[in-house]
Unconditional design. Structure first.
Length: 319
């Protein structure tokens, strides 16, 4: 494209009859295209003084991804000088920092739909700093920022450490399956916000996706895994027993070499769920069936002591 325009430009330049206005327009177009070409093909040739970084973490089924550039302090006073108070800051360098959530989340308790957002901070002399999630996720710096595209603004209180951190970094610490804390560190600053998710809202879609990828004969496994999760957590779900019953039914019709052992494990999960829901007598009946069989399943042989300890604690709560 540029070569063709260059040829036209040179030929036209030697025509005495060329109109000077057309000549000047062609010259400008030629120079602009050359600059665009150089930028497109050479923008990453030189190393970045503020290198690109990415951090990815998960909480529940939600992926949190932060793409940013990492400036250095370099002996400078950062806040109140390099980054002015009451002025929009890209919370990084070069391109605006981008944060992506794969599901709907709550930021410090406020709903934010799934998607990608540019992330900005407005530092203040006071302890009321503004965090901004803007729907225009891909922009350079703050020059293209439009407040009308803000998806969420929240006020947070920054913290300050005793030791300075040379490079700006983001950190994500998951507290389990429902909550994570995101921290921005730079110089003496530690700026946190929380991300909360409702993983149970996404279970059905995740289950269906997992089933679609399951190998033939292994379709019982996703149901089993979900039911097993609920035996080992304080969470409850109305589908717990349906999931394990589906797994058991599929295993009973299975021709797998490990059918008997897999079925024993699934029955034990069912017993534990029944006990959790105060159906203790049913739970004990399954426990008895598993531990008094003429031929114990390998899983039961290996874990019978632990199973007995768990079953000993099953006591019906008076209604």
């Amino acid at each position: 494209m540029i070569g063709i325009l260059t040829e036209i430009f040179l030929k036209e330049n030697h025509k005495s009859v060329i109109n000077s206005t057309i000549y000047n327009i062609m010259k400008k177009i030629f120079l602009i295209l050359c600059l665009v070409s150089l930028y497109s093909f050479g923008q990453e040739v030189a190393p970045r003084l503020s290198p690109k970084s990415t951090i990815i973490s998960h909480v529940g089924y939600t992926e949190i991804r932060i793409d940013y550039s990492s400036p250095g302090v370099k002996g400078r006073k950062v806040f109140g000088d390099l980054e002015q108070y009451d002025v929009l800051w890209r919370a990084g360098a070069n391109e605006a920092t981008k944060i992506t959530f794969s599901t709907d989340v709550k930021i410090n308790g406020q709903l934010l739909p799934k998607g990608s957002y540019s992330f900005f901070v407005i530092p203040e002399v006071t302890n009321d700093w503004t965090l901004i999630f803007n729907k225009d996720a891909d922009m350079w710096g703050t020059t293209e920022y439009d407040k009308a595209n803000d998806a969420l603004r929240i006020i947070v209180n920054p913290d300050f450490t005793k030791e300075s951190r040379e490079r700006l970094i983001y950190d994500i610490q998951s507290d389990g399956v429902q909550k994570a804390t995101v921290q921005l560190y730079w110089s003496f600053l530690k700026l946190p916000f929380t991300v909360e998710v409702d993983f149970q809202e996404n279970i059905t879609s995740v289950l269906q996706e997992t089933l679609s990828k399951s190998e033939k004969g292994q379709e019982w496994k996703p149901y089993y895994d979900l039911a097993a999760f609920y035996t080992n957590s304080s969470f409850t779900n109305t589908e717990e027993l349906n999931w394990i019953n589906t797994a058991i039914a599929q295993l009973e019709g299975s021709e797998s070499k490990t059918k008997d052992d897999d079925l024993a494990q699934a029955l034990w999960i069912k017993a534990r769920l029944l006990a959790k829901h105060q159906r203790v007598e049913e739970a004990k009946e399954i426990f008895k069936q598993l531990t008094t069989a003429k031929v114990l399943a390998p899983y039961v042989k290996k874990n019978i002591g632990n199973m007995q300890n768990i079953a000993a604690k099953w006591v019906s709560t008076p209604s």
